[in-house]
Design a protein around this ligand. Sequence first.
Ligand SMILES: Cc1cc2nc3c(=O)[nH]c(=O)nc-3n(C[C@H](O)[C@H](O)[C@H](O)COP(=O)(O)O)c2cc1C
Length: 303
Amino acid sequence: MLPIHFAPLQGFTEFAYRRAHAKIAGAIDTYYTPFIREEKGVARAKDLKDLLFDIQAKKLDTYHVVPQIIFKDISEFDILVHTLEDLGIREIDLNLGCPYPMQTKSGRGSGLLPHPEKLEPIFLRIGELSHISFSVKMRLGLTSTDESQALIPMLNAAPLSHVTLHPRLGIQQYKGDLLLDDFEHFASKLKHPVIFNGDITTVEGIRAIEEKYPNLAGIMIGRGLLTNPNLAFEYLTGKIEDPLPTLKKIHAEIFAFYSEHLQGGDAQVLEKIRPFWTYALPSCKKINKAKKLSDYLKAVEEL
Ligand SMILES: Cc1cc2nc3c(=O)[nH]c(=O)nc-3n(C[C@H](O)[C@H](O)[C@H](O)COP(=O)(O)O)c2cc1C
């Protein structure tokens, strides 16, 4: 059985979701935070706040969380790593995959893949920071798979715990065919443990990848777990369950958290919680159209 990693999904897998999922569905090896970025010379407060909840909860809860950072150069990398280091963090995931033009145009995420000259000092720094375990989450390139090929010697020389690969190019965003031949080629040259990520939504899908690539160190799933939070549990135990009761339990935990922590009243709670159903029940009209929190909650209760 391969360990299942929960992909970072900005706007979805924040603290309230991670803790609720771990408590109710579980079976996840590692949860990754959505990326933490630099703003005005410091780590963005909103991003850190989300991680601080995990750090505080650690005494009570036992799930494994690794913060992820996104950066455009060694200077942003240093700021973010030092901030996390000061918080006692000893595992950090590096985002070399984000395809959103806002990030790639400023040279972050998959926007860094065509720039080995910017990555070189970062990978050298990783070698100096031996008390921190770094992993990389990446794509095959921004516009060409040649980009990841060119990075192999640099990646292999760095002491990484693993590399998670989403076998698409940045310009494909989250659609289009997975580049499986290129994945295989890349993975065969990489000396680090490789985790596969992309488009897995069923237990059969997990097993098919596991069989196709017997040397994998794990599988990372994002949207498939948002749709069916039991997916990892089903794979590990063979017990298939209706996802709806689990979704409703997770939703109740998240709702309680936001009701307690958001100061902006019902409208803000509704805005924050409604996206929970985006991948689980995308066409539920009652949920999508509810204007008031009370209507929304009634719609959820009736599911
Ligand atoms: C809404 C959304 C937000 C995402 N946020 C992040 C992020 O913060 N960091 C990251 O590395 N990847 C992010 N991703 C990419 C996912 O982690 C994952 O690589 C991608 O969804 C493919 O996996 P999947 O097909 O299992 O969902 C995001 C994807 C989506 C759809």
